[in-house]
Every structure is written in structure tokens, then in C-alpha cells.
Design a protein around this ligand. Structure first.
Ligand SMILES: *[C@@H]1O[C@H](CO)[C@@H](O)[C@H](O)[C@H]1NC(C)=O
Ligand SMILES: *[C@@H]1O[C@H](CO)[C@@H](O)[C@H](O)[C@H]1NC(C)=O
Ligand SMILES: *[C@@H]1O[C@H](CO)[C@@H](O)[C@H](O)[C@H]1NC(C)=O
Length: 376
């Protein structure tokens, strides 16, 4: 009402003042939002400034860049309590459900991660697709030390068993990541699943594939040893491996044998993916030179080489490399009891027969991937 009595000039300045105030407020609002966001999207530097110095400074690096102090504390408390229990399958939540002690911490953690939705869930950029008993768990546990990698601890079996649930379900399983981080999962059965290459390429042609391979004879025995530990009354290895042993007729319908015919499965993948999208990790060298193998994995994923020989030590009792004790926990991280377990004794002659059987498949495989794994 008042402006009706103002002169045209005054009316103009009033209008000007009004517009000026509004635009100033807008600018202020925008700045606040931007500033607020950038503080929320904490980076490591910010973390260090803001978080009170805690016992687990070293652990932070392991946990990626996107958690804030409270979440970090809850997470490290959870990990510490796990470590205290001597949990074996590090971070594998499906295999080591929290016991009563850390249960409330886990709940709190869950609440917090729901509350603080930093980063986005993305479909994986890279998959460890195989092979069973090749050393896939080790590669996953080793690579996830890298701050630019976020990995799913469990095997989602999406491209073999759960494909009907759809990509949204699959994405929902993934950890939250920043744009700079790689999302990774591993399911070793993908490698021998006929539909997996087509399904994965229809998710993205650009998916990077990691395949951990190992001498197929040792792999088969390791596979059998694992099955035997669950079902002690299965037939002997020899009985299962041969249709007719005196004729040297191998039973290729037995999974433990079939999985090791790598070239057959690889040909299926090569119909959908270029060889340059695949990286083959030697299961043998992963044990003798974990840092070297992990160096190549980091190169393949386009990551800075952060995981080096400083991260590993060799446990002679176990015959397996372990991750050095992170500052945050009381124990070093070795893989579970089932990893690197002693195999059942198999007659040397049987081993020779199987070696003969696999030789042509191995040779073809070396030629195709352009790498000699020296299994013969
Ligand atoms: C988690 O949140 C639920 C409600 O959303 C609450 O009832 C529960 O007490 C919370 N748990 C912890 C440990 O904070
Ligand atoms: C294996 O083959 C030999 C020679 O043909 C035959 O005599 C024997 O019965 C076969 N064994 C089995 C278990 O089929
Ligand atoms: C090495 O492995 C053995 C057997 O799994 C375990 O008992 C021992 O604590 C490990 N030692 C170190 C130093 O990791």
C-alpha cells in the first residue's frame, strides 16, 4: 500500500533495493549450499583436520575417503572387535556375522550409514569373475586396501543365480563410492557361467574383468578338498576324476575338472569382451610375489600403485602371504583357515595323468592370453 504514495524515483529505488536484497540473499544461499556440500564431501585432508586424533589413524586409509569421524570411529570399533575375536574372513560380513559384543556397534553403524548418504551406489566398474579356488578372495582383500577401491565383501552371484532380481537390486548391494572410486565385486562362478559374459556386457561393454588362474590340477584338488571338508562321504578324487582310469579317460563332466579347462570358458568371454579388458592374475605368483601381482592389478584398474611389498609378510606356517598389521587393529590380517589349507594326498600317477590331460588346454590358453603360466 505504502508505495502508492512514493514518487516515481523513490518507487524505482525501492524496487531496486528490493531486487538487490533478493539477489544478495540468493547468492548467500547458493554459497552456503556449495560450502556445506564441500564440507560434507570430506576428503582425507579435511578428515585429518577435523577428526580428533584417535587410536586408529592408520585405519582411516583403509576405509576410503567418504566417512566422517563418527562413522569412522564406529567402523574402527567394529573392526577392532572383529579383530579381537580373531575373525578370519576379514570384512566378510556374510561369513562372520557380528557376535553380541559388536552387535550394537554394527547397528549404530548401520543407522549412521543410512543417515549419512555420502557418495552413490554404482554398478561395478570391475569384476573378479573367477576362478574358484584360484585365489580370488586374496585378490579382493588385497585390492580393497586401496583407497580408490570399494568392494563388496560377499559374493552377490548376480550374473548367475540372481539375474532375475534386476540391475537395481544389484546396484543396491554395492557400497557407496565417490566418483573417483572404483566399485568392485567378486563371484568366481561367473567365469564358468555360460550367460555371464553376455549379461555383463549388456550391463556395460567397458567392464574390466579380473581372472585369477592357477594350475588346473592343483585347483581341482583344492576344489575337491573343500567339498570333502563339507561332505566327508563323497567318493575319492580318483573315482570322480576318471571315467576309466586305466584308459586315462578323464570325466570332463565333473565340475572340479571342467572349471580348469580355462580356454573353453575364455572363448565364451571373448565373444563379448576384448582381451585388453581382461587381466589374468597368476594364483601361484600371488603367493610368491603378492606385491608384484597386485602392482599389475592396480595398473590394469588404472590406479596409482599404492599397495606394495610393504603391505605383505609371508606366514610360513600357513604358506600364505598376509597383510601386515594395520595400525588400527591388534592382529595382522590373514585369510581364513580355509585358505591355503592342506590338500588331500593324491597319487602322483593321478597327478601326472591329469597334467597330461590339461596340457593341450593350457597351451591353447597361454597362446590366447599371450602369457605363459608355467603349469607344466
Ligand atoms: C537405530 O535406529 C533405530 C530407529 O531408526 C533405533 O530404534 C535404534 O535404537 C538405533 N540403534 C542404535 C544402536 O543407535
Ligand atoms: C576300463 O577300460 C578297460 C579297457 O577297455 C576295461 O576293461 C575296463 O572294464 C574299464 N573299466 C571301467 C571301470 O569301465
Ligand atoms: C601364521 O599362520 C598360523 C596358522 O594359520 C597362525 O596360527 C599364526 O598366528 C600366523 N602367524 C602370523 C605371524 O601371522
Amino acid at each position: 500500500m505504502a508505495h502508492r504514495f512514493l514518487s516515481p524515483t523513490n518507487r524505482f529505488s525501492a524496487r531496486f533495493a528490493f531486487i538487490f536484497t533478493v539477489s544478495l540473499s540468493c547468492t548467500y544461499l547458493c554459497y552456503s549450499i556449495i560450502f556445506c556440500r564441500s564440507t560434507i564431501m570430506t576428503n582425507q585432508g579435511y578428515d585429518e583436520k577435523r577428526c580428533p586424533p584417535s587410536r586408529n589413524a592408520g585405519g582411516k586409509k583403509l576405509l576410503g575417503k567418504l566417512e566422517d569421524c563418527a562413522l569412522l570411529d564406529a567402523r574402527s570399533a567394529l573392526e577392532e572387535s572383529r579383530d579381537r575375536r580373531g575373525s578370519s574372513d576379514v570384512r566378510d560380513q556374510s561369513k562372520t556375522p557380528a557376535s553380541s559384543g559388536s552387535h550394537s556397534t554394527e547397528l549404530k553403524l548401520k543407522n549412521m550409514s543410512v543417515a549419512q548418504r555420502y557418495g552413490n551406489k554404482k554398478l561395478p566398474n570391475a569384476l573378479i569373475v573367477g576362478v574358484k579356488k584360484g585365489g580370488t578372495r586374496a585378490v579382493l582383500e588385497f585390492i580393497r586396501i586401496h583407497p580408490d577401491v570399494r568392494a563388496l565383501g560377499t559374493e552377490p552371484h548376480f550374473f548367475d543365480r540372481n539375474y532375475d532380481r534386476g540391475l537395481d537390486w544389484y546396484r543396491g548391494l554395492m557400497p557407496r563410492t565417490l566418483d573417483s572410486q572404483i566399485t568392485l565385486e567378486k563371484t568366481p562362478s561367473y567365469f564358468v557361467t555360460r550367460e555371464a559374459p553376455r549379461r555383463i556386457s549388456s550391463m556395460s561393454h567397458e567392464t574390466k574383468l579380473i581372472i585369477v588362474v592357477r594350475n588346473p590340477v592343483t585347483r581341482a584338488i583344492s576344489d575337491y578338498t573343500q567339498t570333502l571338508s563339507k561332505k566327508p562321504d563323497i567318493p575319492t578324487f580318483e573315482e570322480l576324476a576318471f571315467k576309466n582310469r586305466s584308459l586315462g579317460l578323464v570325466d570332463t563332466s565333473w565340475n572340479a575338472i571342467r572349471i580348469g579347462m580355462y580356454i573353453l570358458h575364455l572363448e565364451n568371454w571373448l565373444q563379448y569382451f576384448r582381451l585388453s579388458q581382461m587381466h589374468f592374475v597368476s594364483g601361484e605368483r600371488l603367493i610368491t610375489d603378492p606385491a608384484g601381482e597386485m602392482g599389475r592389478v592396480q595398473d590394469f584398474l588404472g590406479l596409482k600403485r599404492i599397495i606394495t611389498d610393504k603391505h605383505f609378510y609371508f606366514n610360513r606356517t600357513k604358506g600364505f602371504p598376509c597383510l601386515k598389521k594395520p595400525e588400527s587393529s591388534s592382529q595382522p590380517r590373514c585369510l581364513g583357515k580355509s585358505k591355503g589349507r592342506t590338500h588331500v594326498q593324491i597319487d602322483q600317477e593321478v597327478i601326472e595323468q591329469l597334467r597330461e590331460f590339461y596340457r593341450p588346454f593350457n597351451v591353447k590358453f597361454y597362446e590366447t592370453v599371450g602369457q605363459d603360466f608355467r603349469w607344466d
